[in-house]
Design a protein around this ligand. Sequence first.
Ligand code: M6R
Length: 614
Amino acid sequence: MCGIVGYVGVSSNPVEVVIEGLKQLEYRGYDSAGFAVLRNSKVELYKEVGRISNLEEKIKGIDFSDIEGIAIGHTRWATHGGITVPNTHPHISNNGKIVLVHNGVIENYADLKELLLRKGYTFYSQTDTEVIANLIEEHMKEGNSLEDAVILSVQELSGTFGVVLFYADEPDKIIAIRKGSPIVIGIGDNENIVASDINAIVKHTKNVVYLDDGEIAIVKVDGIKTISFSGKNIKKDVFVIDWEVEEMDKKGYPHYMLKEIFEQPTAIENCIRGRLLEDEGYVKLGGISKLEGIIHKVKKFTFIGCGTAYHAGMIGKYLMENIGWMPAEVDFASEFRYRNPIVSQRDVVVAISQSGETMDTLEALREAKRKGAITMGIINVVGSTIARETGMGIYIHAGVEIGVASTKAFTNMLVALVMLSVMVGRKKKLGIFEGREIVSSLKELPELVEYTLQKTNKVTQELAKKFSNYRNFIYLGRGYNYPVALEGALKLKEISYIHAEGYSAGEMKHGPIALIDENMPVVVIATKHSVYDKVVSNIQEVKARHGKVIAIVNENDTTVSKIADYTIEVPYVIEPLSPIINVIPLQLFAYYVASTKGLDVDKPRNLAKSVTVE
Ligand code: M6R
């Protein structure tokens, strides 16, 4: 997906800030990159298809020391028009003065283009973006100020847009516009940075302002003014990001994904810090104290999310039923928003998201709010749109997650869901001893996760070498570990491009068993919990049809080791926490398969880290 960076200030080199910022957004996926600067009141455009390194190659030797303190840049993921230099952003108005970058889609661009063509404008790209620059120029020609021309233009645009622009005759400001596509402004020292994602900002400042839909920011070196699409002044809060710059470094790991897998013990520690009340078998979740006060009125929880966050929600349903004694549902955010869900004012809808910007989850949340539900978030990125719109929630504090395949955010989502279920359960039927058992197991979790990483790292690497040439995999699990099977399969398919199906082990005999033969590897989660015996029977069914079984088992398991072809041993943990331990070898296995195949693990093809389009 596209990325935006804009700079206005006197402290840094604008080109360096923009290029560095765009590099921090590379993980989002893109196919061309460009930037615009201002020199002697003239806009200069630099664009190249392919990687940012191609763009850097192109500008090698160009002296930017005498440019003004302003620049905007963009990484484009082609939608309207092919991957060509003319289609690469920034785009400039016909008078050469208004230059802008855009994320999103202008749905009525064809009509606007027609109108502008009739007025004599020429278009040099096939994009939907170019119309915005010329529309603003047209409104300025009518005698409007830049600010008013922007306001008039946004009122005519339909679709989604995050836009950042500057005007050659007013070089003291950049203007940022948001409707549907995230825009965040970093408040620095004598400099301000606008971006589509805080990753591009965090190196310069931790103080950020998030634009909401329907807002425009006029960003100057000494301050920001925010107005609505109708021109009314808006006061904005400043959020402080809790990420460290060092987290953006690979720290010697070959890929961010592997680094993030190994960061899980620390991430979990950050998630539970100050939240566990061991003696009371209870938890302290400041962000949902309002919910705690009215929990006796709540009738049902519904978890919504996409991809890995949806899998966390599936486990949330099991946790809420077993620990929270509360009816619970789970749905893909993309289904929830269109299926007319039955939600009452006594229902809690929990939006789960790492980025806090996923469009489907955001829209599902808005639908839940329209229906009057109580809403909360389980979110990683502080101050993100979903976090702000839910009104209350639990931050998972996983730290920056850059690898497209989500790992540490998943396990931290599960930790947050366990804590939420304890809070709900202890207000209902969960006794103090059961509460204490869960809370003290949570406390020991970072150490146990570290142990699991050390124990499974080598064996998963060896198995990956053996299995990297297979074209299909089946993953099986039951109960709490059925969603873990889905997550294991998702990890493998998204980074290794191998077809992998996750299934409930009990469902196998109702269809997928037909796929089993000696060429089908079957990964089974078979740790010693409530459904262990059932899973053992399912493994027997696979073996009877000559499938190759790789089983995740507890240490000292003798039963499964006798029938499975390969086993990966993990330590025992109480059942509600077992997904957190059991998913670790599956993350490692997927990682090692993809890296054995020499694939771009952190930036798998066709995928983006945060999916801000429908
Ligand atoms: O940022 P979110 O948690 O809302 O993202 C949801 C999904 O797009 C995400 O989990 C996706 O499935 C990952 N690539 C999974 O590894």
